[in-house]
Design a protein around this ligand. Structure first.
Ligand SMILES: Cc1cc2nc3c(=O)[nH]c(=O)nc-3n(C[C@H](O)[C@H](O)[C@H](O)COP(=O)(O)OP(=O)(O)OC[C@H]3O[C@@H](n4cnc5c(N)ncnc54)[C@H](O)[C@@H]3O)c2cc1C
Length: 499
């Protein structure tokens, strides 16, 4: 077993009074923590889940939207366009793949031309670069598999795709590297204030901080009330969106992200490549009661298939390897509600951050830090800030190494020569490294989100038991304590009277 990196047991730091506590470790909270870690202040992040990116950040379309969709003058429009421009450098800095593949909003006949023109005009006003409305011939040259019924598209070359949870995990690793403390399994249930310090409680422990940022996604309006807001003006309706992921043999069917014209229910069902080489279709959009309900349904998956066929009739859902769903935090207002509290001093809310909340997140972080400064937080740049994911640079996974690098690392550490996930070529060395990473990956899903072990064609049928064994061995815990995703999601049951 390798030793624990210093400082990762953040529970020991509960006696501290932090400058800033961020509630919610999705992309909004983590990007904000990372940005604050470039400054001379102490920062903690508390999340109800056992990892970062456990909410909407974990399950979405992964599109770095160009920014033509949001109405001009809204915060959504401003943050989306700025976020898009920051995202490329951010991904590079953190060593996360980002493909500048562009996007098409596809029109079907004369009736859609007005919408394409409106979106184009909005985009121009919002400052989106390089857009064009293109005709059928050019569209077919760019996307040979597009439906023959498609007649035109709004082409936005600045749109891209990346891995939202991968980027958030990398940003969180970087924040830890620069001294941010993460408290997982910390579901905020109450708050009190004495002097200029807030005491935020999960019922057992308390985190103290002078400034609070509420980024609790689908629960953000509820958390605002827990913090002490009376008659908070925003309500959130959880809206679920289901997806199907197709095998990598289908990954080249689309070169860019393909949308239909948007409707009142959102951007509609899209067809998109993923940075990992799969093809993604979805999402639909339905309000649900329980914001934690991420189940998929047979009618939902059928609806997605029909929607995808409109854009690309040759999409073959018999090549599906999995389905999943994400839940949007849809506010009762059209726009993001990102503001200083009007009632509570030194509290900032990021509420109703639905799409394009991921694409916007680097800009949202800037905006939130500005609001903290408006509230009185004094910030100065640090001169010892480390911009890469880890102090020794960006971690490279075995399957991304050159042949020479592979030979070299196997010589140094034979664990890199043992393949655990065959579908995605994840080695024992990669897994051990993640288990002992800045945020230790100690569940099956934490390994999956960091390394893709279990995300391939066999969906973990082969590697999950071996990953569980490695987690147990490396953390010196019994196998029956290893979980899929925290809580009671154990994989192995202890036999009565046995071990
Ligand atoms: C179906 C779908 C498709 C989308 N597609 C895109 C897209 O292609 N591009 C794009 O830009 N955006 C997209 N979005 C929107 C994007 O995913 C979100 O805007 C973004 O992830 C919001 O991030 P967040 O950090 O604000 O919230 P979340 O990621 O939801 O994080 C909130 C965190 O708060 C934590 N939390 C909640 N309650 C508590 C509590 N009481 N105590 C402590 N912690 C708590 C949760 O555990 C969670 O980790 C999509 C969303 C969905 C659902």
């Amino acid at each position: 077993m390798r030793p624990d990196p210093a400082g990762r047991q953040t529970q020991e730091n509960l006696h501290m009074i932090y400058d800033v506590l961020i509630i919610g470790a999705g992309c909004t909270g983590v990007m904000t923590a990372r940005l604050l870690s470039t400054k001379n202040c102490s920062v903690a992040v508390a999340d109800a889940g056992c990892d970062v990116a456990m909410g909407a950040t974990c399950a979405n379309s992964a599109i770095v939207h160009a920014g033509y969709d949001a109405k001009p003058g809204t915060l959504k429009a401003k943050l989306n366009v700025r976020g898009n421009s920051l995202m490329k450098d951010l991904a590079k800095q953190l060593g996360v793949p980002l493909r500048e593949c562009g996007s098409h909003v596809v029109g079907f006949g004369e009736g859609d031309m007005k919408t394409l023109q409106e979106l184009y005009d909005r985009g121009v006003t919002n400052g989106v670069p390089g857009m064009r409305i293109i005709g059928q011939d050019e569209l077919r040259r760019m996307e040979p598999n597009i439906s023959s019924e498609a007649t035109a598209s709004l082409w936005a070359p600045s749109a891209g795709i990346t891995c939202p949870y991968g980027l958030t995990i990398a940003a969180a690793d970087n924040a830890v590297t620069n001294g941010v403390h993460f408290y997982f399994n910390f579901k905020v249930i109450g708050a009190s204030r004495a002097g200029d310090v807030y005491y935020i409680s999960n019922g057992t422990d308390t985190i103290a901080a002078r400034y609070i940022v509420n980024c609790a996604g689908v629960n953000s309006a509820h958390v605002a009330e827990l913090l002490g807001e009376n008659n908070f003006p925003i309500t959130i309706t959880p809206r679920r969106g289901e997806y199907i992921v197709l095998d990598k043999v289908c990954g080249n069917m689309a070169n860019s992200t393909l949308f239909v014209c948007p409707s009142e229910r959102g951007k509609g069902i899209l067809v998109s490549p993923t940075v990992h080489g799969n093809l993604l279709i979805g999402p639909n959009a339905y309000p649900i009661e329980d914001g934690g309900d991420r189940s998929t349904t047979a009618p939902g998956l059928e609806e997605i298939t029909t929607g995808a066929h409109l854009l690309m009739p040759t999409v073959n859902t018999r090549m599906a390897i999995t389905s999943f769903a994400g839940v949007r935090a849809t506010p009762n207002t059209y726009d993001f509600y990102i503001k200083n509290s009007e009632q509570l001093p030194n509290v900032v809310h990021a509420v109703g951050v639905e799409s394009p909340g991921f694409a916007s997140s680097p800009a949202t972080a800037e905006y939130l830090v500005g609001l903290l400064e408006d509230a009185g937080l004094k910030l100065e740049d640090r001169d010892d800030y480390i911009p890469t994911r880890r102090a020794d640079g960006n971690h490279k996974q075995f399957h991304n190494m050159t042949d020479e690098e592979k030979v070299e690392i196997c010589k140094k550490d034979p664990a890199y020569g043992r393949i655990i996930c065959r579908c995605e070529t994840v080695t024992e060395g990669d897994i051990i490294d993640a288990i002992h990473g800045p945020i230790p990956a100690t569940t099956i899903d934490m390994i999956k989100k960091r390394l893709r072990a279990g995300m391939g064609r066999c969906q973990g049928g082969f590697c999950s038991p071996r990953v569980a064994d490695l987690i147990a061995r490396e953390t010196a815990k019994a196998l029956d304590t290893v979980t899929k995703c925290g809580g009671g999601s154990w994989l192995v049951e202890k036999r009565k009277g046995g071990n």
